[in-house]
Design a protein around this ligand. Sequence first.
Ligand code: IMP
Length: 172
Amino acid sequence: MAVEVYLSQEKIKTRVKEVAEQINKDFSGKELHIIGVLNGAFMFTADLVRHLDVPVTLEFMSASSYGDGTTSSGKLTINLDIKKDIKDKHVLVIEDIVDTGLTLSVLKKNLLERSPASLKLASFLYKPARLEHPVDIDYLCFEIEDHFVIGYGLDYAGRYRELPYVGIYCED
Ligand code: IMP
């Protein structure tokens, strides 16, 4: 297998810092509860929070979604839930990639039922070519073409999450 570098470590570093600066501006004077979505968002979450200067609390959540293929509704199975009561809190959900958009749209609906003061979504990557379930991404690092990508938290069959860059997976 070969990996073609798609987003370099340097490019990622610069962009993550820019996005964090935007979050600092938008949440100035407020406290933020961050929910990183496992497993893919662990690296983006860890890098992003290092640049935040607003007070944060942080938890991880793990969920799988199953669509019925025809509507934008889907069933969400929560494998690991947050412990914090987010009622009246400002919440930022951090995802690795919005592909069909199903996971984030169903997760958003679930979290909104818990009555947060506000709920914003951050995604490291977004693949518009594959979108089926529109979801507003408030903070996005990169829009990408329709490639299966790995690295920087993203896996192929559980592997390659540790790569510090994003690569295109090519079987040879
Ligand atoms: P969704 O289709 O937007 O619900 O995306 C579901 C999940 O699929 C994402 O959170 C990723 O974990 C995974 N995924 C989608 N596209 C890719 C990719 O190109 N590489 C690795 N994982 C992906």
